[in-house]
Ligand binder design. Structure first.
Ligand code: PLP
Length: 470
């Protein structure tokens, strides 16, 4: 056996969500041996009821036949364009029609003119995070990322891959990141010798923080980012999993300032995760070596072409199909909006959110001095806080929740970047992330399962605190 000497490599950290997934079968068995039902409040997956691919595949097939029909091919052996391109090497930007259809619908929804030539396909939002980090890590010089405390585990995992990247995090209140800390962290990073290209965040339906930033905090953060000359990388999986009405809806950063933002769209929540469709969009410019000014898009395309060459074109055409509905007189019409698609998902998620919030209120609302939870305007999660400092939501705690009560929930501490835990060793140890997006059942059974899950969680907490209801 040969062992390769790689002393430059460091041991990689394993996230708490991955550890939880690995230990779950054992914990589950222990719970089941006690006759406990397993309650899912941990998984952040789209609900199976709104991601059944069968209806989509029928729709996609009809749309593809429509595309082929439109070409009016005389030769029966001729391969239609969508099919030829779906299985060929394509440009890194992928089929133009997909980007144009996307740009019209997304631009229409957020009241901004989008340039289809700036839409860089990515492998989901995960691919977008990777692309933007890679671009700024390429020179090999120390680079600092500003992000929230807590922040998305996938961003922490990606930034940890780079040995010369360091995270500087910013605590939040219930409106978003604290602006003075945001500015002081950028400056601290610069003073420590880091270039600071970006602030990574999830302003709508924050994962894991379980809330959306207020409009005024967005404006303050944007003004600070402008003044400090850093980009806002806006990860936006939940902009359409949105529980507010049009008038109250906050604006994503890219719609307020496309020249200051790198927006990461993903099809995973509004469509399906499997096809891994995503787009990076930015109108930012970068001042690079030699005093030259370049479009960020140009950099991103070069990086993407060397990285994945091109995204799966068949998946992109499938996404174009999603953005069309069957026309009234045959054929297909462009939807021109994502809200129509969102509504199909929201019918389920809205209900699930309500079951979660009502269940918490019913089970634990009598003790606001002990417990609190977020009321998310978007996304899949609420964050539950134990207010009196009497419990520590570490791994042992969440393991006990599974084995003694059958309840799967995710501890929050691991979502806090290292520097946040250095500032406060207890950061996140009083919180749990509860997700209301997933169950293994559909329809009435889904409602019942989530109701039982929240009730089981509340009963477990009451038992731990020896609280009894009147
Ligand atoms: C904030 C955030 N970013 C990115 C992702 C991953 O998205 P994708 O499936 O598009 O890679 C998720 C998924 O849960 C997420 O919550």
């Amino acid at each position: 056996m040969t062992t390769i000497d790689m002393p430059g490599l460091r041991r990689q950290a394993v996230s708490v969500t991955r550890k939880m997934a690995a230990s779950l079968p054992g914990l589950r068995q222990m719970a089941e041996e006690k006759g406990l039902k397993i309650h899912h409040l941990g998984a952040g997956y789209p609900h199976p009821e709104v991601t059944d691919p069968r209806g989509f595949l029928t729709h996609q097939q009809a749309y593809f036949e429509h595309l082929a029909g439109n070409e009016g091919l005389n030769d029966a052996d001729a391969v239609p364009e969508y099919l030829r391109e779906s299985y060929s090497y394509t440009d890194t930007l992928g089929p133009r029609s997909v980007r144009e259809t996307f740009a019209r619908a997304y631009g229409n929804d957020w009241r901004i003119q989008l340039d289809a030539d700036r839409m860089v396909p990515t492998v989901g939002a995960t691919g977008g995070i990777n692309l933007v980090c890679s671009m700024f890590e390429r020179p090999g010089t120390p680079v600092a990322y500003i992000t929230d405390a807590p922040t998305y585990a996938g961003f922490l995992a990606r930034s940890a891959l780079c040995h010369h990247a360091r995270v500087f995090s910013v605590e939040m209140d219930d409106e978003g990141p604290l602006v003075d800390v945001f500015v002081s962290q950028i400056r601290a990073a610069r003073e420590a010798g880091y270039e600071v290209p970006l602030y990574y965040t999830v302003p709508d339906g924050h994962n894991p923080a379980g809330f959306s930033f207020s409009q005024s905090r967005r404006e303050q953060i944007l003004a600070a980012a402008r003044a400090e000359r850093i980009l806002i990388v806006e990860d936006a999986p939940y902009v359409y999993i949105n529980y507010t009405s049009g008038a109250q809806r906050t604006r994503p950063f890219f719609a307020m300032a496309p020249e200051q933002t790198v927006h990461l769209f993903t099809g995973s929540k509004i469509g399906f995760p499997g096809p891994r469709v995503g787009f990076l969009y930015s109108e930012a410019k970068l001042a690079i070596a030699g005093g030259v000014e370049v479009d960020l898009t140009e950099f991103a395309v070069t990086e993407a072409s060397a990285d994945m060459l091109f995204q799966n074109p068949a998946a992109l055409y499938g996404f174009e199909a999603l953005l069309h509905r069957p026309g009234e007189e045959g054929g297909f019409a462009e939807r021109g909006t994502f809200w129509e698609l969102a509504e199909g998902k929201l019918a389920v998620y809205r209900e699930m959110r309500q079951i979660m919030l009502e269940g918490l209120e019913r089970g634990l609302g009598a003790w606001p001095e002990h417990f609190g939870w977020t009321h998310p305007d978007a996304g899949f999660f609420t964050v539950f806080t134990f207010r009196d400092g009497s419990v520590r939501t570490d791994e042992a705690f969440t393991n006990d929740l599974v084995t003694n009560y059958g309840v799967v929930a995710i501890p929050m501490y691991d979502f806090y970047p290292e520097d946040a835990r250095d500032r406060d060793a207890n950061a996140g140890f009083d919180q749990l992330r509860l997700s209301f997006c997933f169950s293994e059942s559909a329809g009435e059974d889904r409602r019942r399962d989530l109701t039982e899950a929240v009730d089981a969680f509340c009963a477990a907490v009451r038992e731990m605190f020896e609280l009894t209801r009147e």
